[in-house]
Design a protein around this ligand. Sequence first.
Ligand code: DAH
Length: 339
Amino acid sequence: MNEIETHLQEALIQAQQALAAVTSSAEIEECHIRFLGRKGQITALLKSMGAVPAAERPQVGRTANRVKQEIDVAFAAARAALDRQDRVVVQALDVTLPGRRRHSGFLHPVARVMDDAVAIFRRLGFVVADGPDLETVHHNFDALNTPPEHPSRDVKDTFYLADGRCLRTQTSPVQIRVMERQPPPVRIICPGRCYRRDTPDATHSMNFHQIEGLYVDRQVSLADLKGVLGEFAREIMGPDVKIRFRPHFFPFTEPSIEYDFSCIMCGGKGCGVCKHSGWLEISGAGMVDPAVFTAVGYDPETWTGYAFGMGIERIAMIRHAINDIRLLYENDVRFLAQF
Ligand code: DAH
């Protein structure tokens, strides 16, 4: 092989390596000057071909043509690669593309109702109180005037621990805890989790939420209770919602009532949701039983009070027309994201 051919071959390899590493069109231009410019490496070699002996010239000429072709290919490849890169950059900046949706978090419907309920009662002057999920039987039943034979105490209905405590079946025991530690007057709400040994179905869950209310002062009446619950109903469900009381029984209140909201679906005219009664059953309430005051050391001759409890899931279900409580606990984002 002629010396010029060897040099051409070396120059080609250098050019290919240099072009493989370029990152800008300016660098491609530099390569062009270095190898193919007027004083370029390859240009100089081609010029020196005049000195090649005539017999070798055809062979060297062929090599020179091949090197020129290959170097053209290397330049074209480098330009194409750069062009692709430029396009990617331009595409990344394409302001006409639709924006990427950002997934923001949202509150669970049960948490929203709970937050709303707490906010409403706070505006009405109630203070939030707290108690443990694991309760003593004293707080959950005895002090709430619930006799030992009461069916709600049965192991079939309540989760008991080996140490005799239980998972609270209601938020009412927080009433007892608050009254045990502070003198009247009392105006509290207790939001929280409750547990019952129920078989899950469309309206029952072993785990649910309640918000409890207690107001103790002198000369409290059922009318006060109706005023507060009516205000709550209008705030949480809408300005036209009405409330009604029905006689009922709870061990810890006397008299006891159950209260209903007028149906928000039909405005009280009667529909499938309210079973054509015009009313939706919400929960229980009443005037605090004197036996409860005695249990916490309040004088029942001096103090009067009302108490109420309500299921948060029930209100969330009414608010959003959800017909199965289990949907609230399956954590299916497609369901939860609707609210
Ligand atoms: N604790 C009751 C329940 O779980 C609800 C209730 C009724 C609470 C009457 C009260 C009340 O404070 O006075 O069904």
